[in-house]
Write a protein that binds this ligand. Structure first.
Ligand SMILES: [Zn+2]
Length: 399
């Protein structure tokens, strides 16, 4: 069994073609990385567990709750009580409610948070999809283990930095270490994603972050090289998806209103690049499908699509009707916010132009397009971790 120290660096949302702004990183071996349909919340479990969403079942921040009473059921009793019908008041109410009453119940990356643009009468239907932080024990119920659980269970000496608040993801806040006493060093970078949302990835602000990232990688790579020698360690740098500049915004509520359909009467969840509907009956379902046909940038996901995209055929996660948008198009007035200022987005189909992440290594990469589960399997193999799960892993070692 091969066993080498591993330097892992993750940066959120770095496009494959952003290597052009990263001369050191580009000088290593690199291939595009195929993402999964959905945003970071579904990508992280895929890269930390080696299985796709159809197995780990983390799809979105908000899903249709499986229990009769959800975390927001209490607030759903006030739908028609002025001033609760105002979306701004709803945002504030849900924010303080989650902050003071729900926060202690769960500790995931995204928390509970506020609910926007979804009428209050539907708040009893929603729940969060992810209840624990990535590095907590039993992040996924059952036999599926994360890389964090494996390194702890295998007595692997590790150092992880920037995975938690308050410095979550900021390059300049990373606590670096000398590599001689560690098997695994993992640095988590998030600011590549936020700068892309705010300015686009290839804006002057975005390029400045990429250059800072490239310098950081060079420094930490050379630190490992000095201690272990060029062949004495495995280096893996990757991102979870790309980023696509926004060209068009769609207000779905307005779109439905103009076709004499009040969307606020149907339980639905609008994310930036997807919309899920739970119609009450067949005729409502047909009406929605007919109107959605007019959104030429939206594609309905069939059961076959779910399978080929490695997504679970589970209507609690994906709705009775699940649509995604073409690259560069977004919905505004989503469950998370108003979305009008955002300049760039992710969460598109894995084949959308610009949506590939990247995978970089000092080793030869024996695949032309790496997947998120491959990141897990390659890391586990390099570290020589013992892991024989009862189910089939979706990732493979690519180094
Ligand atoms: Zn991400």
């Amino acid at each position: 069994m091969k066993k080498k120290p591993v330097l892992s660096i993750f940066a959120d949302g770095v496009r494959f073609d952003s290597l052009q702004f990263m001369p050191f990183t580009k000088s290593l071996n690199s291939v595009p990385l195929e993402t999964v349909l959905g945003y970071s919340i579904t990508c992280h479990p895929s890269m930390y567990t080696g299985v796709y969403p159809n197995k780990h079942k983390i799809a979105f921040h908000w899903i249709k709750g499986r229990k009769e009473k959800g975390p927001y059921t209490f607030l759903s009793y006030f739908p028609d009580f002025f001033p609760f019908s105002n979306p701004y008041v709803q945002a504030v109410a849900s924010h303080f409610y989650s902050k003071f009453f729900l926060k202690k119940k769960a500790s995931p990356f995204m928390g509970y948070g506020k609910l926007l643009n979804l009428p209050m009468k539907f708040w009893n239907h929603v729940d969060i999809n992810e209840f624990k932080y990535w590095d907590e024990d039993n992040y996924i119920n059952g036999d599926i283990k994360t890389i964090f659980e494996l390194v702890r269970n295998n007595d692997c000496k590790f150092h992880i930095s920037n995975l938690h608040k308050p410095n979550l993801g900021k390059i300049d806040a990373i606590q670096v270490v000398e590599p001689d006493s560690y098997d695994w060093v993992y640095y988590f970078i998030g600011e590549t994603d936020s700068v892309s949302h705010n300015f686009t990835q290839h804006s002057p602000e975005g390029i400045a972050v990429l250059e800072n990232l490239d310098n950081f990688i060079k420094k930490e790579y050379n630190r490992f090289k000095r201690v272990h020698g060029e062949d004495g360690f495995d280096f893996i740098f990757w991102s979870d998806h790309g980023h696509i500049s926004i060209e068009k915004q769609i207000d779905l509520y307005d779109f439905f209103r103009k076709r004499s359909f009040n969307l606020k009467n149907v339980f639905h969840l609008v994310d930036s690049t997807t919309v899920r509907f739970w119609p009450r009956n067949e005729s409502e379902k047909e009406q929605i499908m007919e109107i959605m046909q007019d959104v030429s940038e939206a594609k309905l996901v069939s059961n076959e699509d779910l399978e080929s995209l490695h997504l679970a055929p589970d209507s609690n996660l994906y709705g009775e009707l699940f649509y995604y948008l073409k690259g560069g198009v977004v919905f505004i007035y989503t469950i998370h916010g108003f979305g009008k200022e955002t300049k760039s987005m992710h969460g598109y189909h894995p084949d959308a132009q610009g949506n590939d992440g990247l995978f970089v290594s000092n080793r030869r990469i024996n695949k032309s397009r790496v997947t998120l589960p491959d990141v897990f399997s390659s890391t586990v193999t390099s570290l020589g971790l013992e892991y024989k799960p009862s189910f089939e892993l979706d990732g493979e070692n690519v180094l």
